[in-house]
Design a binder for this molecule. Structure first.
Ligand code: PGA
Length: 247
């Protein structure tokens, strides 16, 4: 069973979410793959009632990195969990580049998420400069180690790592199978070295960046990948269902 994550970013009002799910849900079989839809926080409650009993899961796109209530405009773990989220995305590159989040904020968010019984989708990935100067592996190692500082091995079962090379997000550019395999291998090695061989082999690692119905096929044979993280191509319900059918 693969994990398929739809990342809606700042799309879908509550009424659009309702229309989306009415169209999408009958098209997918949530017993075949684990489907996780990450809607904006304002749409989670609407989605929660619509996905009930359908096997499709929900995720939040963000969680505050502090537990104190004096955090204007932020949402905390209790809020998104009660709104329907089982998962939360941490460390997406847009949060890192636009909101100056970093591995320290990731680390705090992961701890708060786990404390609130939310599963974490931790995004990591190198930028183009790191890729061009062969610093990709160091960058991945650093992002993972810093983000997972103080996390216990038994908590890794609640963490999925989304490998999202920054140069591939929304650009139409994709890693080759070999490049993707190397990156996933490197991610697993960091977990093996820092936790255990078993942890490194069993942690879920998914790929995200410019996936669509035409290109996803090239990755389906790679059994080191546990699933896919889909941004732009999840916005059309029929199109996303089509991608899921291929997996
Ligand atoms: P994309 O976005 O699929 O549009 O490249 C990936 C993501 O959500 O990070």
């Amino acid at each position: 069973m693969k994990k398929i994550i739809g990342n809606f970013k700042m799309n879908q009002t509550p009424s659009q979410t309702k229309d989306y799910l009415i169209n999408f849900l009958p098209r997918v079989d949530a017993t075949k793959n684990e489907i996780i839809l990450c809607f904006p926080a304002t749409s989670l409650t609407t989605a929660k009632f619509l996905v009930e009993g359908r096997g499709v899961k929900l995720g939040g796109q963000n969680i505050c990195d502090e537990e104190i209530n004096h955090n204007m405009g932020e949402v905390n773990g209790v809020m998104i969990r009660e709104a329907g989220a089982e998962y939360v995305v941490v460390g997406h590159s847009e949060r890192r580049s636009k909101y100056k989040e970093n591995t320290r904020t990731n680390n705090r968010k992961i701890k708060i998420a786990l404390k609130n019984r939310l599963k974490v989708i931790l995004c990591v990935g190198e930028n183009l400069a790191e890729r061009n100067t062969l610093k990709m592996l160091d960058s991945l190692k650093n992002q993972i180690e810093e983000s997972l500082k103080g996390i216990y091995e038994n908590e890794l079962q609640h963490i999925t790592i989304a490998y999202e090379p920054i140069w591939a997000i929304g650009t139409g550019k994709l890693p080759t199978n070999k490049e993707l395999e190397n990156a996933v291998k490197a991610i697993r090695k960091v977990i093996c070295d820092d936790f255990s061989e078993k942890a490194g082999q069993s942690i879920d690692v998914v790929y995200g960046g410019s996936l669509d119905a035409k290109n996803i096929g090239q990755y389906l044979k790679l059994d080191t990948i546990d699933g896919f993280f889909v941004g732009g191509s999840c916005l059309d319900p029929a199109g996303f269902a089509q991608i899921i059918k291929l997996i």
